[in-house]
Design a protein around this ligand. Structure first.
Ligand code: ZN
Length: 347
């Protein structure tokens, strides 16, 4: 049987691409399974088979359109340590257990991994196997056999990567297992977009990488401590392949830039004490000073306006009512005078 693909080929991980026994084809199976982890080994094998097919879907003579691998997500937001209810988009993946990556990938042609919702990839550690040696979830390198060594890279998009709780202590350090690890020959143009890394000992480790991006991702820890991002390997200092030109942005950066603009606009009126006005580029010299009389009227100080980037517009507006705008020197003068009065009062 020969399989034909349109290009770029699209692979749904739920479709039966993997020949688990002669003539029997299966796909990945979402959910916890019964017992938990029932499908974790099959999921690893199926995903590996799908990646191999996706790579093969590119005509070796070119042109190279790449391939898309789709993980259907579930209806609700993925939850850590979920109960299995509505776990339609959680895929448990069990590695071989010898410390090697669950899914080693050698890129020949562009690959795009896409979650359709909150698809969650959980690194499964079998609870009844004390000899099981965990490791990376995905390790990625370039084969060098494609068109050049890096022909369009690889993207992980809208996926949640999750590791279970791992016991660490003063003597047992955080393990060096990464959800995504670029190794050896490294990768170029590797993009991680809108992904969440939950409790991964290392979320992303660009050991050898060039022109790679992490965009609008979340990295959080509740059950484990870990490292969000590691660049390089700390050994090959002169190595031309070590991680470089890594671009990282997130929602907060965009929000902060917006906030700085807003803050500049809010300071248009200048100092209430000396009356001096400042051009936009010098308005960082103006402070919003919490005035005791206004605090008495509008409530206790909740935060410094300068730190308002992550507050709601309403919270900022309520806080602004308690403040008067003053230049740095007038602010200091007024504060000194206030302290003097308070000291007199106390005496
Ligand atoms: Zn002033």
């Amino acid at each position: 049987m020969s399989i034909m693909w349109s290009q770029p080929a699209i692979f749904n991980v739920l479709d039966p691409w993997y020949e688990i026994s002669p003539g029997v084809f299966v796909g990945m199976v979402p959910g916890q399974g019964s017992p938990v982890g029932q499908f974790a080994v099959q999921n690893r094998q199926a995903l590996q088979a799908i990646i191999n097919l996706a790579q093969a879907s590119n005509d070796q003579s070119g042109p190279y359109y790449g391939a898309l691998i789709v993980f259907p997500g579930h209806s609700g937001p993925a939850t850590q340590g979920g109960t299995g209810e509505d776990a339609g988009g959680e895929y448990l993946i069990q590695a071989p257990g010898d410390g090697t990556a669950a899914i080693p990938i050698t890129i020949n042609w562009p690959l795009r991994f896409l979650g359709t919702g909150n698809a969650k990839l959980t690194y499964f550690i079998p609870p009844d196997d004390p000899d099981f040696l965990p490791g990376d979830m995905f390790s990625v390198e370039t084969s060098g056999t494609g068109e050049g060594t890096n022909i369009g890279g690889m993207t992980f998009e809208d996926l949640l990567f999750h590791y279970p709780a791992i016991t660490t202590s003063d003597t047992i350090p955080i393990p060096q297992w990464a959800a995504i690890h670029t190794v050896l020959a490294g990768v170029e143009n590797f993009r991680i977009v809108r992904c969440t890394f939950a409790d991964c000992p290392i979320a992303v480790w660009f050991e050898q990488a060039l022109d790679c991006s992490i965009l609008q991702c979340f990295i959080n820890y509740s059950a484990n401590a870990g490292f969000g991002l590691i660049l390089g390997n700390g050994q090959n200092m002169g190595d031309t392949n070590s991680a470089k030109q890594i671009f990282v942005t997130d929602y907060d950066a965009a929000r902060y830039a917006q906030w700085k603009k807003r803050l500049t606009r809010l300071k248009v009126s200048g100092c209430v004490t000396c009356g001096k006005k400042y051009p936009p580029r010098l308005r960082h010299l103006l402070d919003f000073d919490h005035s005791p009389d206004l605090v008495k009227r509008f409530g206790a100080k909740r935060f410094n306006i300068a730190n308002g980037a992550m507050r709601s517009n309403r919270a900022v507006a309520l806080e602004l009512r308690k403040c008067r705008l003053r230049c740095r020197s007038c602010h200091q003068g007024v504060t000194r005078a206030r302290r003097k009065r308070q000291a007199k009062k106390a005496a």
